[in-house]
Design a binder for this molecule. Structure first.
Ligand code: C5P
Length: 224
């Protein structure tokens, strides 16, 4: 089915993986994202005929076959800059990255030492929201977000779809068996006025199902 509603010639921009927020030259704040889901989506989109650009946080993953361009970044601000640089040429934007919500306010260019004053206090400041910034553009691509939730998945996902003004959102429950950094995943796919559950499957399989839904919705949404 997804082959009919494919992505032939469609320019798809995807961000994936975690971001690292440096504290000093040897320490950082990170998260458990492996980038596997975003890379699987990039592979599936390329397979469906899209021209894929992939902005990757720090991950240990090879570029999937068929991906036209990969830009490696480390921090949320670098990821934001790379996405904003590429988004004007994108028809579809898929935000699969686990972007750090906060960064350290004062990066220390020297390694912070233990000392008589005790443990340091880290002051955090908010990072830009890449997904919301892309969705606020005019004109803008078809925008797909991800949401990892530990509770009330559907409710939080619907709220996020509306608040960030997304065309589609793929939400998953994060627990010890599935979700972040795991090989399997299940997704609650929602869009304004509808939704569909994609049952638990290996990430490659799930990514193909997701890309098929994105292709169908994009074809109906795209400006003529
Ligand atoms: O609000 P929350 O962080 O749960 O939203 C998750 C979605 O927003 C994901 O698609 C993620 O890539 C995106 N996001 C972003 N920039 C941020 C935070 C989240 O693009 N600073």
């Amino acid at each position: 089915m997804w082959r009919e509603a494919g992505l032939g010639g469609v320019r798809v921009l995807i961000d994936a993986g975690p971001t690292y927020e440096d504290i000093d030259p040897v320490r950082f704040l990170g998260n458990r994202s492996s980038g596997k889901m975003g890379f699987a989506v990039a592979a599936a989109a390329a397979e469906a005929g899209a021209q894929v650009s992939l902005v990757a946080g720090p991950v240990a993953l090879a570029t999937p076959p068929g991906v036209a361009r990969r830009i490696d970044v480390r921090s949320a601000r670098q990821m934001h800059a790379a996405v904003m640089d590429a988004v004007a040429d994108a028809d579809v934007f898929i935000a699969a990255a686990a972007v750090a919500d906060w960064r350290v306010a004062d990066y220390s260019p020297r390694k912070i030492k233990k000392g008589p004053t005790g443990a340091p206090t880290l002051v955090l400041i908010e990072n830009p929201d890449i997904l919301a910034d892309v969705a606020a553009r005019d004109p803008r691509p078809f925008v797909v977000g991800f949401a990892a939730e530990t509770d009330r998945v559907a409710e939080h996902a619907r709220e996020k779809l509306e608040r960030k003004k997304l065309d589609m959102l793929a939400a998953n429950r994060v627990d010890e068996h599935a979700g972040i950094a795991a090989d399997d995943n299940a997704l609650e796919l929602i869009w304004p006025g509808g939704g569909e559950s994609l049952p638990r499957a290996p990430k490659a399989e799930l990514a193909r199902a997701l890309v098929a839904r994105i292709a169908a919705h994009y074809q109906a949404w795209k400006p003529v």
